[in-house]
Design a binder for this molecule. Sequence first.
Ligand code: ATP
Ligand code: MG
Length: 451
Amino acid sequence: MKPNADLAGLDKAHITRRADHAISRKNISHNALKVLYKLGDGGYAAYLVGGGVRDLLLGYHPKDFDIATNATPEQIKKLFRNARIIGRRFKIIHIRFGREIIEVTTFRAHHNPKNEFEESASRRQMRELNSAHSSTGMILRDNVYGNIDEDALRRDFTVNALYYTVRDFELLDFSGGIADLHERLIRVIGDPVERYKEDPVRMLRALRFSAKLNFALEENTRRPIDELAFLLESISPARLFDETLKLLTGGHAEKTFALLKQYKVGRYLFPDTLDALERASSSTASLLDLALCNTDSRLAEGKSVTPAFLYAALLWPVFQKKLAQQRAADQSQMQSYQQIANSVLLEQVNYTAVPKRFSSAAREIWELQLRLARRNRRSIESAFAHPRFRAAYDFLLLREDAGEQLNGLGQWWTDFQCGDAKHKADMIGAVSQRKKSRRRRTRPKKSGGTE
Ligand code: ATP
Ligand code: MG
């Protein structure tokens, strides 16, 4: 078995011994420990790294556990029956234990990282075109792995580059991550401008970790963000969608969104929303704030949130703005609702590629707002039976909470859901009756005319 001490690059680490740090094995997922031990028994060096170590040191429960090792993907595969190699150039191993996936990566050197983290087909094509200009050595280099110290320095932030080993329970730091953790600072490893150019998504990650951990952005890490925000244009909308979900479903959506408004990067994720918010009514703007706040509370309670609901709220200000512009047009309300919903969602896909299943659901949530307000027998029954009823009802309540005056519509639907079939029938009867008499009162009688 190769002892850890022989591991190349280890001499560059600042080591914190077991007694001097707070990481305990009992807070590490059983499956991650299994992988660490098995790799160790197989003669390899294996470390817990990334957000897992960072969050354990801060006393949080890590979302997932990533492992870095000197074993190659092929060697890892030989050790684990449940391992799958993901990705071609930058191979990652997923080891599956039921619903938990432990991600294992082989130590890598710092080289062309833009390519490592960008996954879209269009970018891959560009990359392959680019690589035609360089020597074919680039492909080879992609498969040359690095030492642990090189692996540390290719990571994004110092607090994300700490390594923990279960062999002797030491914590390894190659970039001053422990000091930054104490100072509560997000600091890019190396030159921030260079590192953002290599992978512009790191700017979004910086804001995400700052909001999540309540850490400040170190000055050199913060300064170039506005100037380099435009680099996000080169990132595929598919990756930006994934990143947006991480930004808004990490439990700190309200704070993260405030940062996205503050820094120019937000304009590369939802420019129309930010434009519309500048002139939105207070209730429209509040709806989004409330939705983000609700998202955070739901996640804190262990409930799920759906991207459809989030996007319905995020794009509501744009939808409302366009609806107001079209109000004069001679169209049925439903028709313009549908057209505007389509155009708003279609435009958004240019920035973050919202998958169809989510954009259709967001559209349904909006369309149901109209149907929930209509309240004739047919629309009540069909809206109530609609698979998106619950989300649309929640959205309606949010609109009222945000200050929209809807004449007690939310309460009506709350009461409607509470009662039995007779109660429902009575409520339907009562509103239909009211509508009929209101029509009679407001319409002047035309002689000989038909209703
Ligand atoms: P969390 O899982 O809580 O969102 P994390 O830090 O674990 O945070 P991941 O996206 O899971 O983030 O990535 C795991 C690790 O991989 C990071 O901690 C970092 O060391 C490295 N990493 C991820 N993305 C990048 C990137 N774009 N550039 C450089 N290193 C990265
Ligand atoms: Mg992680």
